[in-house]
Ligand binder design. Structure first.
Ligand SMILES: Nc1ncnc2c1ncn2[C@@H]1O[C@H](COP(=O)(O)OP(=O)(O)OP(=O)(O)O)[C@@H](O)[C@H]1O
Length: 707
């Protein structure tokens, strides 16, 4: 598997993962509980709105024709428990609210209460003694106070009502509308305010958790050893710290609480529906199996589609990461067309997978919508009929249509949530996998501190080392470098010279043998002390964002400006730096001056010197510097390397002839050791290398002469 390949799917039921995610949420449990409580209140305000309208319809718009009670005016007190009574002539009337009317309040009122009702017959309104169905077909006979309403097997004495009297009965409707309107407004404003508070609290919590995880990730990455970075491309790690944590944030701040909210909505709606009408609720639930089938289908199909999309996206990402970092090579070798073709292919596949996803969603969402509307159709058919029969009020049917919609909304957005959860779970798994990865190179439990004055004696004692198991890069390497000595490593490409340098720094640990610094196994030393004792100048110099001075002292506050300048002077960079617009404060890189390769190396020298290490390592450090400057640097080196152990890896043998000891490497083994003259006298491998380079030089000189 390519190191760019990514894991793309994880089983949501994975308990381990959930436990770890929960562990991060636990410190915020108070906030999360508060958010869930707020969610509950928001649901209440959401669900209250249709109910308020239902009450407005049933008790006020249609309330006039609801059953009423009447008593003689002087006994009006008896009606108190039903509401405010209206006195007309010698009679007190009270209108019942829908619930009381439906539950047949008569039992509570006792027989002495007269049941009355406002009934419309033809153009006129009558106050009839007795209760009839609202749609009963009646005719009025007689006149004045002697009217009788007959029809449908009933005969009721009635009184004709003029418009003014009807308005009297309507009075309480107007105050009712005002009250309900105010209540509706409170529900709307309350809902909005609560949502605002909840969203902010959730974001705060989510961001806080992510802030912590990001910090931990960065700290953790800082401890990882070189082999880890060999395996993990930088692009991927950047995605871990930025993108994956963000999707996890979404999970904490949106998905979890919203899922709880949706659940409360569904339960809440069911309860309200059941309370309003068991029959209608039963009818609504007829569509549930259809919905369940749809959801199961969707889960299966979309899971696969989304998994495929994530795989392709990961591939696209790694393709991009690889190609953008190697863009110069692509351009140099005129491979743009071929790369573009590959990219198009991948991009096309991703597009197709994306479209498939879209198609599935565009089927699922309207399908759920359709089932919802089917439920509404059933509601109109059955509910409408029941309203006419007087079995259900119009307000209930109206409220049901709203609740059905609210019931189906969370189901419709299931797609989005499913995707969010999957992405977040994948992100979470990657993050926890990363956090769970132990740094392979760490301090011993009780490391032996280095003495303040490091002597700088380095010893390799039968060292075996492989980057990858079984592929030995160093085989039984032994040598000893005395304190203050200058030692050079030479050998063909791939002989293992740079590996030796990396091992001294403990970027990797060896498999067999021992490496000692001042007689102590480096694995027993505190890592930071070991690395502080060593400075390395490499061929590739990394510059950080910042000015020249901070790039030399690497933000080490203990290093003074004078020391920085002194170091720059020693590598003959001082003059160049002074010429820059802001001197030592000139920013480097995009925002400031760009350094040439040679200048970068000089800066890297200054960096190494300023830290005053006991051991200085130069790994191909002068390969980018012109001969003239190299002479200067060599000169500086002589000063610097005095009383310091200095290790030099070089291909140009001319630069290392003065070394106290030269170690010749060949295929991971020490082939020869000695100083320049001893090695030449040996007439071995070194001699051959020297001859080859010398011949080259002679040829160069002859060619120059010939010109
Ligand atoms: N990070 C790494 N992971 C795996 N293998 C590596 C790694 N670095 C180097 N190698 C392998 O180790 C061997 C020795 O490499 P090393 O860089 O030590 O050689 P070198 O003598 O310094 O060569 P050069 O003169 O080209 O710098 C090579 O075969 C190389 O492929």
């Amino acid at each position: 598997m390519s190191i760019h390949a990514e894991k793309t799917s994880v089983d949501i039921k994975d308990g381990q993962l959930l436990k770890k995610m929960l562990a991060y949420a636990i410190p915020h449990w108070k906030m999360i509980t508060l958010c869930i409580t707020l969610a509950f209140l928001i649901v209440v305000t959401d669900l209250a709105r249709p109910y308020i309208i239902k009450v407005a319809i049933d008790d006020h718009i249609n309330g006039l024709h609801k059953p009423m009670y009447a008593v003689e005016a002087e006994q009006a007190d008896r009606l108190k428990s039903y509401g405010k009574s209206i006195v007309i002539g010698g009679t007190a009337y009270v209108r019942l609210d829908a619930a009381a009317a439906e539950s047949g309040a008569s039992s509570a009122g006792g027989e002495a209460l007269r049941k009355v009702q406002i009934v419309e017959v033809g153009e006129g309104s009558y106050l009839a003694e007795g209760w009839v169905a609202p749609n009963a077909k009646l005719t009025a006979e007689g006149g004045g106070s002697e009217v009788r309403l007959t029809g449908e097997g009933v005969q009721l004495p009635a009184v004709y009502l003029d418009d003014a009297t009807i308005s009297g009965f309507r009075d309480r409707d107007f105050t009712g509308f005002l009250m309900l309107g105010a209540l509706f407004l409170i529900a709307v404003i309350g809902g909005a305010v609560l949502s605002y508070v909840q969203t902010n609290l959730l974001q705060y919590t989510g961001q806080h958790i992510i802030y912590r995880i990001r910090g931990e990730l960065f700290e953790h990455l800082g401890k990882m050893s070189a082999s880890f970075f060999d395996r993990n491309p930088v692009g991927r790690l950047v995605v871990r710290v930025t993108q994956d944590t963000e999707s996890l944030n979404q999970l904490y701040s949106q998905v979890i609480v919203n899922l709880v909210k949706d659940f409360i909505v569904l339960i809440g709606i069911l309860i309200i529906m059941l309370q309003m009408s068991v029959k209608l609720t039963g009818l609504m639930l007829v569509v549930i199996p259809l919905l369940a089938a749809l959801t199961v289908w969707y889960r299966i199909v979309v899971r696969e589609a989304q998994r495929k999309m994530r795989i392709l996206l990961a591939r696209l990402n790694s393709f991009l990461a690889e190609n953008l970092s190697g863009i110069r090579i692509t351009q140099l070798f005129v491979r743009e067309e071929r790369q573009l073709e590959q990219f198009r292919e991948l991009n096309g596949e991703h597009y197709k997978a994306g479209m498939r996803n879209t198609v599935i969603n565009s089927v699922f969402q309207p399908a759920v919508g359709f089932v919802g509307n089917l439920a509404i159709a059933l509601l109109i058919w059955y509910g409408g009929g029941s309203v006419l029969d007087g079995a259900i009020t119009f307000g209930i049917v109206y409220a049901f249509t709203h609740y059905v919609r609210q019931f189906f909304n969370p189901l419709m957005s299931l797609a989005e949530k499913y995707n969010q959860i999957q992405t977040a779970m994948v992100g979470a798994e990657r993050i926890f996998e990363l956090l769970g990865e132990k740094p392979s190179i760490v301090d011993k439990e009780e490391p032996k501190p280095l003495p303040k004055q490091v002597r700088g004696e380095i010893e390799f004692d039968h060292v075996w080392f492989a980057y990858n198991e079984g592929e030995w890069v160093l085989r039984d390497v032994s040598f000893k470098i005395g304190p203050g000595q200058t030692v050079a490593f030479v050998g063909a490409t791939g002989a293992g010279k740079s590996s030796i340098i990396q091992l001294i720094n403990r970027f990797y640990d060896i498999q067999k043998g021992t490496i000692r610094l001042d007689g102590v196994d480096i694995r027993d030393l505190p890592l930071d002390q070991l690395r502080r004792a060593i400075s390395v100048v490499q061929q590739d110099v990394f510059l950080f964002n910042g000015d020249i001075a901070s790039n030399i002292r690497l933000n080490e506050a203990g290093i003074t400006d004078d020391e920085v300048k002194e170091a720059a002077r020693m590598v003959h960079m001082d003059e160049f730096i002074r010429k820059q617009p802001l001197g030592y404060a000139t920013p480097l890189g995009e925002r400031g001056v760009n350094l040439s390769l040679g200048q970068r190396q000089l800066l890297s020298f200054a960096r190494a010197i300023v830290f005053r290490p006991q051991i200085l390592i130069l790994d191909e450090a002068t390969s980018n510097i012109d001969t003239e400057t190299e002479l200067v640097v060599q000169d500086a080196l002589k000063t610097i390397s005095k009383n310091r152990t200095t290790l030099i890896v070089a291909h140009r043998l001319s630069t290392i002839q003065h070394a106290d000891q030269i170690i010749v490497m060949h295929k991971g083994k020490v082939r020869e050791t000695g100083n320049h003259y001893q090695l030449l006298a040996l007439k071995g491998y070194y001699y051959k290398l020297f001859e080859l380079q010398y011949k080259d030089q002679k040829q160069d000189m002859q060619m120059q002469h010939a010109r």
